[in-house]
Design a protein around this ligand. Structure first.
Ligand SMILES: Nc1ncnc2c1ncn2[C@@H]1O[C@H](COP(=O)(O)OS(=O)(=O)O)[C@@H](OP(=O)(O)O)[C@H]1O
Ligand SMILES: Nc1ncnc2c1ncn2[C@@H]1O[C@H](COP(=O)(O)OP(=O)(O)O)[C@@H](O)[C@H]1O
Length: 208
């Protein structure tokens, strides 16, 4: 019996089917692929392309996209630092559950603050793969598919990441994706970089 946060007198209940059993069933290792980067850097594009490549290899993944989750689970949150922290905390916990279910969980959120990403890593340190989409602000702003940078520059959106709210780049990420000779890799190339990492580290097979 224990107290966790505001919950008192609670018990942990073990289930007979364990994570390792599910991983054998799926022939893969559950893990979290955490994609971080500026708005417009290509997080959702990479997440979808990665999901597609894994699917075509018979691997089960699920995408947790920041924008999408703000339509449901996180719809009571805004973009204050406190709300962003709570947003990332919740998604980290959900991602941990998906990984425990045996899935390759692909989380794509700006997740601008290092301490929040590190807190998610601490939830599953051996199975957390941080992918930094390191695209320059000028590229992201030039893309501006939703017109949000334009609104932020005009002062119509306050606290926009990269404009008047900070983005703290990772210091020790597992994968960094950046431009080569001034060109951004294609979505397939970006996803391929992540798939190669997952293959090399043995995530795409069961461990007996
Ligand atoms: N103030 C501000 N700053 C940054 N982004 C903003 C803001 N307001 C709205 N949006 C839109 O919200 C999307 C980011 O949501 P996230 O949940 O990924 O953000 S965060 O991780 O909590 O910082 C982000 O989506 P992406 O462009 O896909 O990153 C924006 O469309
Ligand atoms: N590798 C890429 N090469 C060219 N265009 C891209 C690439 N990745 C994303 N884009 C384009 O950039 C824009 C922003 O991508 P998106 O995935 O929505 O970014 P984010 O989720 O980080 O906001 C979209 O119009 C998308 O088609």
């Amino acid at each position: 019996m224990s107290t966790v946060g505001n919950s008192t007198n609670i018990f942990w209940h073990e289930c007979p089917v364990r994570s390792v059993d599910r991983q054998k069933l799926l022939n893969q290792q559950g893990c979290i692929v955490w994609i971080t980067g500026l708005s417009g850097s290509g997080k959702s594009t990479l997440a979808c392309s990665l999901g597609r490549q894994l699917h075509s290899q018979g691997k089960l993944s699920y995408v947790l996209d920041g924008d999408n989750l703000r339509h449901g689970l996180n719809k009571n949150l805004g973009f204050t630092p406190e709300d962003r922290t709570e947003n990332i905390r919740r998604v980290g916990e959900v991602a941990k559950l998906f990984a425990d279910a045996g899935l390759i969980c692909i989380a794509s959120l700006i997740s601008p603050y290092r301490k929040d990403r590190d807190a998610c890593r601490a939830l599953l340190p051996e199975k957390f793969i941080e992918v930094f989409l390191n695209m320059p602000l000028e590229l992201c702003e030039g893309r501006d598919p939703k017109g949000l940078y334009k609104l932020a520059r005009a002062g119509k959106i306050k606290g926009f990441t990269g404009i008047d709210d900070p983005y703290e780049p990772p210091l020790n990420c597992e994968i960094e994706i950046k431009q080569k000779d001034g060109n951004c890799p294609t979505p397939n190339e970006m996803a391929g970089q992540v798939v190669s990492y997952l293959e090399d580290k043995g995530y795409l097979e069961a461990h007996y």
